[in-house]
Design a protein around this ligand. Structure first.
Ligand SMILES: [Zn+2]
Length: 148
């Protein structure tokens, strides 16, 4: 069994028990999951507080995200490098504070701006679960740690 922290559109939080993450996705897709407090069927998965703070390395059970395939595009390395350079020039490097800062910006606790930094896969998953849009950046070695 897997326990997921779930939330509805009315900001109620509750736990859902499922036999697997596939089972959860299926039930969610068929709107079989609803909020026990208000019956809302627009349910989202919330980040597991424990998982966010846990150091990476030990993986408990594979989730759908673990077997997710990475994305590729046939844009050519040069175009990609230009795009990355543009992103690097137009974002503030917050380093390992990225997940925390991205969350603060999302909840209007920090000034709205574009940032970049490092995050673990679990942290990125948690951000996405909260509706915070982040993308993985394949930053070339010569741009890594570049000050601006
Ligand atoms: Zn509710």
């Amino acid at each position: 069994m897997i326990v997921f922290d779930l939330g509805c559109e009315n900001s109620h939080r509750f736990e859902g028990w499922f036999s697997s993450s596939e089972d959860f996705e299926q039930q969610l897709g068929r709107k079989l999951v609803s909020c026990p407090l208000c019956g809302d069927a627009n349910i989202v998965r919330l980040p597991h507080a424990l998982r966010i703070n846990k150091s990476a390395g030990k993986e408990r059970g594979r989730t759908a995200a673990d077997i997710e395939r990475r994305q590729y595009a046939n844009v050519g390395a040069e175009n990609l490098t230009k795009l990355i350079e543009h992103i690097v020039e137009n974002t503030e490097d917050v380093g390992p504070a990225f997940p925390e800062e991205a969350r603060k910006i999302h909840y209007n606790e920090s000034p709205d701006r574009r940032i970049r930094g490092t995050a673990s896969r679990a942290e990125v998953e948690a951000l996405k679960d909260e509706g915070i849009d982040v993308v993985a950046l394949p930053i070339p070695a010569h741009l890594q740690g570049k000050a601006h």
